[in-house]
Design a protein around this ligand. Structure first.
Ligand SMILES: C[S@@+](CC[C@H](N)C(=O)[O-])C[C@H]1O[C@@H](n2cnc3c(N)ncnc32)[C@H](O)[C@@H]1O
Length: 246
């Protein structure tokens, strides 16, 4: 039987996260076709397209996790030297199919918490659709690695909490203030709390939005200044353009 302390530890110590061993087989081969044309997918592509327009030819860029290499054609047009890293060999296999003849792309299998590149070895880092998957402790390790590897900038997308949880809390204290959106959220949450039972030893972090203050604090601690924030309309996703402090 677990004592109080062990129970606390099991809730806090997230052992893994879904995305680390999820993108294999069919998940990799059907990844693009399931997402192409969707609002978020297309908006993300526009943000990255605009971002790399300002990068000089010949600069080098790390895309991590590169997944199926959805931006490889944009990198080719911009004439960038690219490193693409992902933990899933199956995703990298899909990415390899997109590399043009003579394009300067190195695709490597590797872990975002231990990037297989030297300190200050790239000019830019692109990180899309990853930070939602990782628990905050891993988020911090990855930001630390980004700061070690880039000598210049980084663009990273993160879903942020929209404050509705705070509003929900306030309306528990003062129910007359609750909006319909908040009332629905509270009903959904109470159902979830009753249904979810923790399974010791199987703590796997699922997709989650992050607290903006915590995110900014981690950027700052790791020597990044936020140069720009780009909010994706109708979603909680925000792109942060981060500059390495001199
Ligand atoms: C949702 S996909 C995003 C891929 C791509 N950035 C995109 O925008 O489509 C998440 C990717 O993270 C990769 N991944 C998960 N954990 C990783 C880790 N620790 N290091 C590197 N890649 C990881 C998965 O294999 C998968 O390809």
């Amino acid at each position: 039987m677990q004592n109080k302390y062990q129970k606390g530890v099991s809730l806090l110590a997230v052992k893994s996260y879904q995305a680390k061993d999820n993108y294999f087989g069919d998940k990799a081969t059907t990844y693009d076709e399931k997402r192409e044309g969707k609002n978020l997918w297309e908006q993300e592509k526009k943000v990255i397209e605009n971002y790399i327009k300002n990068i000089k030819k010949g600069k080098n860029l790390l895309d991590l996790p590169i997944g199926t290499g959805r931006f490889i054609d944009l990198y080719e047009k911009a004439e960038l030297t690219v490193y693409g890293i992902d933990i899933s060999e199956d995703m990298l296999k899909e990415a390899r199919k997109k590399v043009a003849k003579n394009q300067k792309v190195s695709l490597l299998q590797g872990d975002a918490e231990n990037i297989p590149l030297a300190d200050n070895s790239v000019d830019y880092i692109v990180c899309v659709r990853f930070m939602n998957w990782v628990p905050i402790s891993v988020f911090e390790n990855v930001v630390k690695e980004f700061s070690r590897v880039t000598r210049n900038e980084c663009i990273v997308s993160i879903p942020l909490k929209d404050g509705i949880f705070l509003k929900a809390f306030e309306s528990v204290v003062n129910p007359r203030k609750a909006t319909n959106k908040v009332k629905t959220l509270l009903i959904l949450l109470s159902n979830k709390i009753i249904k979810v039972k923790s399974k010791p030893g199987k703590e796997v972090s699922k997709s989650s939005s992050k607290n903006k203050n915590k995110v900014l604090q981690i950027f700052n601690k790791n020597g990044f200044i936020v140069n720009k924030e780009i909010k994706i309309p109708n979603s909680s996703w925000v792109f942060f353009i981060l500059k390495k402090e001199e």
